[in-house]
Every structure is written in structure tokens, then in C-alpha cells.
Design a protein around this ligand. Structure first.
Ligand code: OOG
Ligand code: NI
Length: 468
């Protein structure tokens, strides 16, 4: 019996979802077209370096989606659906204390975890979980109403979950199961035609638009689907030229002459979509909701924990200089980066701020020095950046906030409900990966293979991360 492996199911699912979303949000199709133009032109202008952060085929096919669910039970079901296509939860993001707009969710990202799987198909989904227990947002009464409402709905049909479990157990799905899985999984993320209870939706919306989008309706839906570009500044200009109103800024690190760190993202608000509403008197009328949007991203180098701490320090410095002077943020950020950021990949490695993979170039030769930087400087090894595969909570909060209809209401004097990565793992019954551990083990494997090809033993070679 021929099994369709996880990666092929993932590629099929990503394609089916993209087709669905294109019919639901036509501006997405424009975004994908413009992204492809930008990538084509970038490759033509930079033929030697364009694929340093991933092959052009991977980048062109690359998307991340975002979904939002209401309870740990629903999140555990999401883990089964995505587990069936080789995606595991990675990282924990708490968006409840985001400034200036706190969002009552904690999140993770489902994605393939190893390099070969990412290369086959890198689809990932940022997945947010409502926290109805958080008193800063919800009273005990509203918490209970939310929980009752969410417990009474079914996001994923039982048949889908059963097929998903088979795919996890067998490493893939046989013929008819594969088709059925794609059909049911894709349909689970379509916008529902079912009427929205207006009073209930508006009650939640006054507290948080995201709470209303999650707990005010009887289904989930794909909130956005984000293509990846090689030059996001170019994309921003071209979309604006087409008359699409983008948010004011590109989130994340600035454009500058040195290495691109982590992740840069920007977005535009999608048009209001017509939805059916049930009124207090029981009649069904029409209205619209503006909850979905278009987003695009450019990916840079994954940072080590100390690189990330330094990044956060630089962002803090940008904040305070901007607050003090009122100068445009991109200009301030470029200035701060110029002063504080490693100006080259070589220096990013030397400071142990970035993750790299290593390849031996002079194999089998004797006399190789037992020091990683000397090996690189002497032309024995080449270092290539490891691309950042995860998300940035501050950009996520910025993306959420820039697309909300109102500011919502938060009572800061109330208790928060403690949430962290182990809490999430326990609730969904699946290990949640630590992103740093994934990047570290990828680096270590490539380092060991490269130095052993030079006839050296890895423990004898000094590296920036072993402390030099
Ligand atoms: C998720 C927002 C976060 C990103 O790319 O940072 C996100 C959402 O709106 O549900 O997708
Ligand atoms: Ni996103």
C-alpha cells in the first residue's frame, strides 16, 4: 500500500488552503502575485546570493498561516491535524502583555522541525489560544459564558481527527484517506456562512476584537496566509503603488547594510467581508466583519539566546531614542543598528549572536587549526546562516494591533493567569519544542560533520559558543 508521506500531505494542504483563501480574500491573490514579481526581480539582480536564505523554490512556495482557537481541547485537536502533516508546536509566545494593545492569547507555531523537512515544504501556522481565565480581560461570568460557548462547538469533525491519528501513527496516509484528509482539513479553516450572534459578538468585541473573532463564532478560520519575499521594502513600495493601503511600518529589524536578523513583516487590512448576523429578535440579517488581513514577511538569520538578548537591547534603545526625539522609527533603528549590531556575518558568529551551519571545503588536508574562526579565515570551512523559522512576539502584537477595530478594554489591576511553554505542552499532551534547542542541534551536527571531514575531533576545536 502506497502512503502519501507527511511532507506531501503538508504541501497539498498548504496549496489547498492558499486556493481557498484566494477565493475568500482576493487581495491575497494580488499579494502573492506581487511577491512573486519581487522575488523574480531580486533573483535576477542578485544571482549569486539570492539563495543564501533558502532555495528560490522553497521561498516561492513558502507561506505561514494564522489561526485562533478557544480552549486547550481545541488546541490539542489542532496538534493532531498538524501532526498528521509533519508539523510540531515550536515556541511559546505570550501576547497578553503586548504594548500598546494587549491581546488575550498565548501562542505557538506549528512547523516542520528539521532542515530536510523544511526544505521539502516549510508550511507553518501561528496558532493562538484564548485565555478566558485572564481577569484583566474577562469577568468570572464572561469566562464561564466563553467556556460554555466554546465547549459546545465542534471545530474539527471526528472523521478528520481519526484520519489524522492514523497519519501520525503510520507516517502518512493511503490513497483515499489522503484526499479525504485534505478535503476535511481545508474545510475546517473556511469562513463559515453560519449567522453570527450579534449581541454576543459585540459584547466580546468591546473587550477585544480577537476574543470576539475566537469566541464569538462557532468555527475557526484562517486569519491570514503570509507569503515570503526576498526584499520586503520593494514589496511595500509596489503594493502601495497599486493603491493598497499598507500599515505604516515594516515590523522588526530595520533595513540596513549589515546582516538581516530574524524576521521583518508588514501587512494591510483586508476589506470588510459580508457575514450573516442573528439579531436579538431572532431574525437573520446581513452585516460585515473586518477580521482578516494580508501579511508578508522577509526572513533573516536565527539568533542565539545572547544574540536575541542583544537584539532586545537594541530594540529598547530604538524605543527610548524615538520617544526622546520623535524622529521616524526606521531612521532611529538604522542609527542604533549602525552603532550596536554586528556589521558582518563573520562578526555575528564571532560574538556568538547568530546561528550558522558549516561545510568543509579543503577536505582530507592536514594542518587544519583547531579553532573555528581560524578555520573559516583560512578557507577550510564556510559558514552559512541558519534562517530564522519562528516568530517575533512584538511584531505579532503589532500585526494584531494594527488590524484591530477598537482598542478593547483591559483592567491592569486584575490577576493574570500564569501560562508558559510547559503549561501548554501539558494541556495539549504533545511536547512543545524549544526553538533555541532546535537551532543549536542543527548547528552542532553541521559543525561536527565539517570538522571531522578536516580530520579534527569536534571537542578539540575552539568555537565562539564554547567560550573563547
Ligand atoms: C496572529 C498574529 C501573529 C505573525 O506573523 O506574527 C502572526 C494572528 O493575527 O492570529 O501571524
Ligand atoms: Ni502572521
Amino acid at each position: 500500500m502506497d502512503l502519501t508521506p507527511h511532507w506531501q500531505l503538508r504541501a497539498r494542504f498548504a496549496k489547498a488552503l492558499s486556493d481557498l483563501y484566494g477565493t475568500e480574500v482576493p487581495a491575497y491573490t494580488t499579494l502573492v502575485e506581487v511577491s512573486q514579481e519581487v522575488n523574480r526581480d531580486f533573483v535576477a539582480a542578485n544571482p549569486d546570493t539570492a539563495d543564501r536564505f533558502g532555495s528560490i523554490n522553497r521561498v516561492t512556495a513558502e507561506r505561514h498561516g494564522a489561526i485562533r482557537v478557544g480552549s486547550p481541547t481545541e488546541l490539542a485537536q489542532v496538534a493532531r491535524v498538524f501532526g498528521a502533516i509533519g508539523m510540531q508546536p515550536v515556541g511559546f509566545y505570550d501576547l497578553r502583555d503586548a504594548k500598546p494593545n494587549p491581546i488575550p492569547v498565548v501562542s505557538t507555531a506549528f512547523r516542520p522541525v528539521d532542515r530536510a523537512e523544511l526544505a521539502r515544504n516549510p508550511f507553518r501556522v501561528f496558532t493562538s489560544l484564548l485565555v478566558p481565565e485572564d481577569r484583566r480581560f474577562f469577568t468570572p461570568e464572561l469566562e464561564q459564558q466563553l467556556k460554555d460557548f466554546i465547549a459546545a462547538r465542534t471545530l474539527f469533525p471526528e472523521e478528520l481527527l481519526e484520519i489524522a491519528d492514523r497519519s501520525i501513527a503510520d507516517g502518512g496516509l493511503a490513497g483515499a484517506d489522503a484526499d479525504r484528509f485534505i478535503e476535511l482539513a481545508t474545510a475546517s479553516f473556511a469562513l463559515s456562512p453560519e449567522p453570527v450572534d450579534r449581541a454576543w459578538y459585540e459584547k466580546l468585541d468591546a473587550i477585544s476584537s480577537v476574543a470576539a473573532d475566537i469566541g464569538g463564532v462557532n468555527s475557526t478560520h484562517i486569519n491570514h496566509l503570509t507569503p515570503r519575499v526576498l526584499d520586503i521594502d520593494d514589496l511595500y513600495r509596489r503594493m502601495s503603488d497599486r493603491g493598497i493601503q499598507m500599515i505604516d511600518a515594516i515590523q522588526g529589524p530595520p533595513r540596513w547594510d549589515g546582516p538581516d536578523l530574524l524576521l521583518r513583516q508588514t501587512s494591510f487590512r483586508a476589506l470588510a467581508e459580508p457575514r450573516a448576523f442573528r439579531e436579538a429578535d431572532g431574525t437573520v440579517g446581513s452585516g460585515d466583519l473586518r477580521v482578516r488581513f494580508g501579511e508578508v514577511e522577509a526572513r533573516g538569520i536565527a539568533l542565539t539566546q545572547s544574540g536575541r538578548d542583544h537584539y532586545d537591547t537594541m530594540v529598547g534603545e530604538v524605543d527610548s531614542r524615538q520617544a526622546a526625539t520623535g524622529r521616524p522609527r526606521p531612521e532611529v533603528a538604522r542609527e542604533v543598528w549602525g552603532e550596536l549590531c554586528a556589521p558582518t556575518e563573520r562578526e555575528l558568529l564571532e560574538r556568538d549572536h547568530g546561528f550558522f551551519n558549516f561545510t568543509a571545503v579543503k577536505t582530507g588536508s592536514s594542518g587544519a587549526p583547531a579553532d573555528l574562526l581560524a578555520l573559516i579565515d583560512g578557507g577550510w570551512l564556510v559558514a552559512e546562516p541558519i534562517v530564522y523559522e519562528d516568530f517575533l512576539p512584538r511584531s505579532a502584537a503589532g500585526i494584531f494591533a494594527s488590524n484591530l477595530s477598537g482598542d478593547g478594554s483591559v483592567d491592569e489591576s486584575q490577576d493574570i493567569a500564569a501560562r508558559d511553554l510547559p503549561w501548554m505542552a501539558e494541556k495539549i499532551g504533545v511536547a512543545v519544542n524549544d526553538p533555541y534547542a532546535l537551532y543549536t542541534s542543527e548547528r552542532q551536527a553541521s559543525f561536527e560533520a565539517a570538522v571531522s571531514a578536516l580530520g579534527l575531533s569536534a571537542p578539540s576545536v575552539t568555537t565562539p559558543w564554547s567560550g573563547r
